[in-house]
Write a protein that binds this ligand. Sequence first.
Ligand SMILES: [Zn+2]
Length: 355
Amino acid sequence: MSQINISEYGGTIYGVSRETGHSVQDIINANNGIDIRRISGDTMINLPSNITNVPSEITNITNSITIQPGETLYGLSRKHGVTVSEIRAANSTLNPNNISSGTKINIPKKGSKPKPKPKPKPKPKPKSAIKQQKLKKQNNAKSSKNLDDYSSNKCKCKPVVIIDPGHGEIFNKYRDPGAIYKVGKKVIDTEKDIALLVSKSLKAELDNLGCIKSTHLTRTSDKGKEKRFVWRINKAKAVNAEIFISIHLNANDNKLAHGSSVLKHKSPNKKSNYLASSISNSYDHMKKNRGIKKQSVSVLRRFQQFKKNTAPACLIELGFITNSHDREKIKKDYNIIAKEIAEGVKKYVKNYHCK
Ligand SMILES: [Zn+2]
């Protein structure tokens, strides 16, 4: 039985399971029935001694790299598209529990899995064929009860949505970047900017749904002028918003903390409950979905009050800006994330808001 530190595998038993090929249950059994909910991101655990998916013939080493400060085997495995096990197998003398920057290690070639063949591009169809296909689609939609069909003429109502990119406030000398990611003293990323990036993309997605009357942003750059929160709610009032979605990123001293969550105010109305669960179900792009949390959230409370508690409001924590995996994924995949959130809004509008 060998021992590993789970922080090298993303900080969870699931990460260990995925990277080593051992089932979660086997790992639990090898650790005297360890309670996986109580595991912290920096725990030594036993690996079961049965088979692992460590490939036996890793001979095609591509390059040898030097570990940089802050890098982990897990991070390297993600970066190079190989598993931690494969890196370990390619470095027989390496002690995975004592990785220090400056150490040289071998990075094996990407797994020997055959790549799926690229799909051939469909040939452009003549116009008449496209027309026929459209007709066919329309007929299908009519005959089968396609719940996801959301062409505009089928909307029972079309709410106005306001998206609130968190932070970014300038009020007198006060500046609010939200959570930040720094290297040394240099600020690399701010919550306000990443939230705005995703919010703009979400606006575009919602505008395309056909079931939203209009979508607005509380800010399109840094702004403020009025007291905290007031300008956000004033903007919601000005456009007569009926759905309020605030976009934020989480932060934690523990860099391993990761995953997305959806917050609703501690005394949510029914519509907020539905909106939160609909978004939480569809926004599942991070490695971990931490679910829905009730919390005292001033901006949500103010919106609910302004709407006399008849309209939904929720806040999405996209992921942790302090976790490198979450941070890079959000910056890279902001369009996918916006699509997933829009999908949740669509389901909410269709199945609940307009009923
Ligand atoms: Zn925030």
